[in-house]
Design a protein around this ligand. Sequence first.
Ligand code: SF4
Ligand code: SF4
Length: 299
Amino acid sequence: GAGENDLPPEIWEKVKNHPCYSEEAHHHYARMHVAVAPACNIQCNYCNRKYDCANESRPGVVSEKLTPEQAAKKVLAVASTIPQMTVLGIAGPGDPLANPEKTFKTFELIAKTAPDIKLCVSTNGLALPDHVDRLSQYNIDHVTITINMVDPEVGAKIYPWIYYNKKRYTGVDAAKILSERQLQGLEMLTERGILSKINSVMIPGINDEHLVEVNKAVKSRGAFLHNIMPLISAPEHGTVFGLTGQRGPTAQELKALQDKCEGEMNMMRHCRQCRADAVGLLGEDRSAEFTTDKIMAME
Ligand code: SF4
Ligand code: SF4
């Protein structure tokens, strides 16, 4: 029968040991993120570049940036200390696919030294179509795309600009390109049998009602899980919607939206919005045990 969240059995088989997809695996398997990707190719209104990418991580956190070589060393050190470590993700601090050299170098090193570890990557999707073939070579079976809109008019309120093909685009033009690239990337992943999870940031008054439409658009293109996250609003995180600031949703508003989308597809309700250098079981953070100076001192 189907597993948790009533995922289809063939998908459940793939994700049952993945702590981020299975509530049950949370308690037994650990994951880690390495922060090797500093640059970003778009601007989200809720992002302050001093901190980790707010699409995949808890806002307001500064992760320690690593080179691919340091990251590979860290993965080995963590795997020998925490044997339940099954998943390595690259989620920031910027956009992993806006830093393809660093991201793919890290995957290459880890595939060589720790081939059993599953790899995953998250992206805003702008560069995704250019990298799907390379991703499929590295045996990366989970990609997270943050999709906050499928309507460029809504997108123009969320993204002040994107940088694409050596040019800066703004307003509706920018949002239209971003949306087309995100959906194209999702379709390409689905065609190649790579699982896609969609993150959406719920921004009251901006995209809250629209996310039902996003849910339908991503489901019809084969996404297997939709994770609607609350905007975590604090001026120091860089939430700059208008002069008065933008509030995040209440817990009730978030749940009501998730309920509306349920039935449409599987909803993820336990994502913790981990930092880009998180280490350990979900709900615990052992990143402080594995800082670069400590890793480099381990031989
Ligand atoms: Fe910030 Fe991530 Fe948006 Fe880039 S994609 S602007 S790093 S929140
Ligand atoms: Fe899993 Fe969410 Fe944490 Fe990523 S941010 S490791 S999906 S719980």
